[in-house]
Design a protein around this ligand. Structure first.
Ligand code: GDP
Ligand code: IMO
Ligand code: MG
Length: 431
């Protein structure tokens, strides 16, 4: 029996999970998403082409590998269909190697409406949701109202759909939301519903499976399974910067509930961090830089959301948050991405602790959202050269190797590889 390896983000998302999963896929037989939904935007680049995936696992470009959408994931059928069409255009026929859990929940058009209604009702306290319907769909899952992929085969699917939609219309009305003015991609709720229903037909062309049996059988057959996370540690519903989080468990524990595997089956836990830090949407971000350096990180790192196009907030790497992430997730291997974005920085800083009310701490406090957190920065000398064409990890400039070593010392976790460009080929594994 093999163990299931996990790959997840350690910051506030967009660490480069999609890229690293794509690079690691040749070592695995199955790549499985375990949580999140179309709020995710995972970018892959190879042969000069960029691909962005939202619901489909990032192993899909390796045709001989199985990709699985687990029970913990949310599927929005129209976004799913658009992804499938984009793959088809690129010559990838996902019907052969993409399996879907019957227990994965569906995002209805009215979930997307409720996302907008909830955000509007929150006013200034809004989360900055991607408006893909994530919060409302997980809410219905927990409230035991949800519709699942397997339900699309049931004779009473339409009735159950209509009942849930009616509930949402009542909820929207109670929030004072103008349902008639609501649009998704320029469509009214009813117009969107039509394309959504057509998209259910696309979904039905795929293999629906009891994915918990499927994954456990793979492990018994000594197949190698990689669980691909979406969002990241600091957006976790329990341990993230609540309420400025997503609505799922993004952490290693989420693999057990999102795929149906026992905790004892978890193998390596690979955590990804950028060499700096970003956050998109509202919520605390102690190391954020509202200055020229922050703007340089944003511009040079092309830090614009892969799902919403919003500019990402940028700042220095946050070691207290990273140590917290390593603790909660049991990280065994670190991957560091995007140091190349700081190639022309004379100085690169690392937050090694926080000062809160005159006290030094490296704990993430309960009052994270409201406390006056003063990050304590340690400066490192920049490498001031291009990383392009670096042949191996040890051939990286000394200043960058020192910086990476400091990350290892501060977290107590070894770095397994460093990524130095968006392209698949530019990942340097430590020998
Ligand atoms: P994910 O959500 O974690 O999969 O990450 P995203 O795809 O949302 O954002 C990561 C962005 O950084 C994408 O545009 C990637 O193409 C890009 N990227 C990934 N690794 C590197 C790297 O090492 N260097 C640079 N410059 N860009 C990278
Ligand atoms: P990947 O997988 C970055 C953020 C949103 C918002 C909050 C809640 O690409 O790393 P939601 O739509 O889930 O209700 O939004 O979480 N968020 C992400 N930020 N990367 C993501 O995914 C994210 N998914 C959600 O911006 O602040
Ligand atoms: Mg992303």
């Amino acid at each position: 029996m093999t163990k299931i390896d996990v790959l997840l983000g350690l910051q506030w998302g967009d660490e480069g999970k999609g890229k690293i999963v794509d690079v690691l896929t040749p070592d695995y037989d199955v790549v499985a998403r375990f949580q999140g939904g179309p709020n995710a935007g995972h970018t892959l680049e190879f042969n000069g082409t960029k691909h962005v995936l939202h619901i489909i696992p990032s192993g899909i470009f390796h045709r001989e590998k199985i990709n699985l959408i687990g029970n913990g994931v949310l599927i929005e059928p129209r976004i799913f269909r658009q992804e499938i069409e984009a793959l088809t255009e690129k010559g990838v026929d996902a019907t052969q190697n993409l399996f879907i859990s019957k227990k994965a929940h569906l995002i209805l058009p009215s979930h997307r409406m409720m996302d907008a209604a909830n955000e509007q009702a929150k006013g200034n306290a809004k989360i900055g949701s991607t408006l893909k319907g994530i919060g409302p769909a997980y809410t219905d899952k927990i409230a035991r109202n949800g519709l699942r992929v397997g339900d699309t085969l049931a004779a009473d699917f339409r009735e159950r759909y209509d009942a849930l939609k009616r509930l949402h219309l009542q909820q929207a009305k109670a929030l004072g939301f103008d349902v008639n003015a609501f649009r998704v991609d320029g469509m009214t709720l009813d117009e969107y519903e039509r394309v959504w229903m057509e998209s259910i037909e696309t979904l039905r062309r795929f293999r629906y499976v009891n994915s918990e049996y499927f994954v456990n059988q793979c492990l018994r057959d000594n197949k190698k399974v990689l669980a691909e996370g979406a969002q990241a540690m600091m957006l976790d519903i329990d341990f993230g910067t609540y309420p400025f989080v997503t609505s799922s468990n993004t952490i290693t524990a989420g693999v057990c509930t999102g795929l149906g595997v026992a905790p004892s089956t978890i193998g390596r836990v690979m955590g990804i961090t950028k060499a700096y830090c970003t956050r998109v949407g509202a919520g605390p971000f102690p190391t954020q830089l509202d200055d020229e350096t922050g703007r340089m990180l944003c511009e040079q790192g092309h830090e614009y959301g892969a799902t919403t196009g919003r500019p990402r907030r940028c700042g220095w790497i946050d070691l207290p948050a990273l140590r917290y992430a390593c603790m909660i997730n049991g990280v065994t291997d670190l991957f560091v991405t995007k140091p190349d974005v700081m190639n022309n920085f004379e100085t690169v800083c690392m937050c090694t602790g926080y000062e809160i009310d005159g006290q030094l701490t490296d704990e993430i406090p309960y009052e994270y959202n409201t406390a006056d957190i003063r990050p304590q920065f340690t400066p490192y000398k920049g490498w001031m050269c291009s990383l392009e064409g670096t042949a191996s990890y040890n051939a990286l400039p000394k200043e960058l190797l020192d910086y990476l070593k400091a990350i290892e010392q501060q977290t107590g976790v070894n770095i397994r590889a460093v990524s130095i460009s968006p392209d698949r080929k530019d990942v340097l594994f430590k020998q």
